[in-house]
Design a protein around this ligand. Sequence first.
Ligand SMILES: [Zn+2]
Length: 295
Amino acid sequence: MTNTPVDPTKTNLLKPDPLALIEAARSGGYAVGAFNMHNPETTQALIRAAEIADAPVFLQVGRAVVPHMGVREAFEMTRRELDKSGISAPIHLDHGTYDEVLLAIKLGFDSIMFDGAHLDLEENIRVTRDVVERCHAAGIPVEAELGKIPDASVSINWSDYYTQVDEAERFVAETGVDWLAISAGVMHGVTDVAQQPLDIERVSQISKVTGIPLVLHGASGVPADQLRNAVKAGVHKLNADTDLRHAFRAGLEEKFSEGDRQLEEAMVAGRERMIVATVQKMREYGCAGTANYNL
Ligand SMILES: [Zn+2]
């Protein structure tokens, strides 16, 4: 065995350590992709892409899959797919409610986002602090959200949505969250209205006053140069779903356009397209080649 010096910008993922993953991203000046699973084939696509790109990845149980199969089944399905693979990756609850957080702790999620952004600031601080205590007691890092990340196609007065710098400082100091999802001009989903450029100055100020890694949701559709600037300003976890979902769908449509086909054939085509799209994201985010899966 050779004794290779440890590169602090890389992480061996034999055991998922989400905090270390994001810290490595911070030292290495890149962001880790966090993508939603929807069924076995989309989970396989994310895992396969991570293997191909040698990239860390957060496998997210997101808002769409929860009413579809429930938090437990989504977790167990993701666990099964990971166990079959050559990698390990954190299974992350995205936008969890308080009750889902409690369930996720019991199930053994590696990483949890509690979304209290609909609450007023005082209540968001109170509940998030409680979530942080429970999760940290179980060794699970917590992402929380401050400011509102609007859904696409809503007409928007951005000042109602942006994360405020002073509130972010107080929120992080009083809750002890590990990462903060912020609102800085990005929407969830696809939008027909003109894209708002990211408020990089705001990202940078929030990063400075909170001192913790930031998270950007809705990264699909944000131009690559803006994402790079966001990473430089302190964003080290990027959540994207729409582009990958569209890639999967394009595979399905392509297969069915050839005539009547089995669903399995169509899903294989979807999975192939999604693998390619995910590898591309990992390269854009700068996390490709940092996982050391082959150590
Ligand atoms: Zn989100």
